[in-house]
Design a binder for this molecule. Structure first.
Ligand SMILES: Nc1ncnc2c1ncn2[C@@H]1O[C@H](COP(=O)(O)OP(=O)(O)OP(=O)(O)O)[C@@H](O)[C@H]1O
Ligand SMILES: [Mg+2]
Length: 291
């Protein structure tokens, strides 16, 4: 690690991993993020859920400093994303919703490129690239072109790219979209293994409710630019169950799932007022390119 990176990482103890306060971001007249308050503790796996067009990717891009912060505040491990974006970037790894690996390079070359971009010291690069590839089980395929990889291998390669800089905060935007159940489990197991070894914080979006239930410590359900429900998956399920019983549901009624909670919160958002053609097109493209 460079001295700069050491300096950036110092003084982050005790701070929340991510804090958004009143964050707002609009594309023209579309208020994609609309007064978002969010707090993610260090070491948590936090799931940001919500229907297409809820504002998840926009919020995440503000946290990663890829979008400016026109209103409100974002802090990452105590660093202000608007005032000190470079410090924030040095602390995080990001796997975007869209493809971030180059099909014409080998797996190793792709990860090495990220090591250079993220300033991993030259003398450590080869070893760190090897470690990142091994962590996602791609050591044997490292010297094949990425275009020969399956969808699951590509997503794992992107994970290696994000991990090579040893981030304190890993941000994953739909890491398992379009993958088969075994590949999805593989991605999550690798995220969890790195997290257990390093204590990094994970902020993840997913449309797979059972994944959120199984792997996230807490989830925030986002709808129309804001978090509308927040808690552990169990708290949210129990909360809905209690409300339904208070409203007259039988004691023997099955316990709600996280998907029920999602439907309850998103409600009318699952009709055609949420999302638009661009959302559908980009989601399909993402699903297709890894399929
Ligand atoms: N580059 C853009 N230009 C114009 N509008 C945009 C752009 N990106 C997002 N939007 C709009 O902002 C809103 C939020 O989009 P965003 O991509 O943040 O949602 P999301 O929750 O990530 O959805 P998905 O689950 O489909 O990925 C949507 O209404 C979308 O149409
Ligand atoms: Mg998105």
């Amino acid at each position: 690690m460079t001295r700069d990176a050491d300096t950036e990482r110092a003084g982050t103890e005790g701070a929340e991993a991510v804090t958004c306060t009143g964050l707002a971001y609009a594309f023209g007249g579309t208020r994609a993020v609309d007064g978002l308050d969010l707090s993610v503790g260090q070491g948590e796996v936090f799931g940001l859920l919500g229907p297409n067009g809820a504002g998840k990717t926009t919020a995440i891009r503000c946290v990663t400093t890829l979008l400016p912060i026109p209103a409100g505040m974002v802090r990452v491990l105590g660093r202000d994303a608007a005032e000190d974006p470079m410090a924030v970037r040095r602390l995080l790894g990001y796997v975007p919703q869209q493809l971030s690996a180059d099909a014409g390079l080998t797996g190793r070359e792709n990860v090495a490129l990220f090591a250079r971009v993220f300033d991993v010291p030259r003398g450590e690069r080869a070893e760190r690239v090897n470690q990142a590839l091994a962590a996602v089980d791609l050591a044997d395929a490292a010297d094949r072109l990425a275009k020969t990889y399956s969808g699951g291998m590509i997503r794992r390669l992107e994970l290696a790219q994000a991990l090579v800089s040893a981030p304190r905060l890993l941000i994953l935007d739909e890491p398992t979209i379009g993958l088969d159940p075994i590949a999805r489990t593989g991605v999550w197991e690798q995220i969890n293994a790195v997290r257990a070894a390093t204590g990094m914080t994970v902020l993840v979006t997913t449309h797979y409710m059972e994944e959120a239930d199984q792997y996230c410590d807490r989830v925030g359900l986002m709808h129309r630019g804001r978090v509308r429900a927040l808690g552990t998956p169990a708290e949210l399920r129990q909360g809905l169950g209690e409300r339904r019983r208070a409203e007259g549901a039988a004691d023997t009624a099955p316990l709600p799932t996280l998907e029920d909670v999602f439907r309850d919160v998103a409600g009318s958002g699952l009709d055609d007022t949420a999302g638009d053609f661009r959302d559908v097109r980009s989601t399909r493209r993402t699903a297709h390119r890894v399929g």
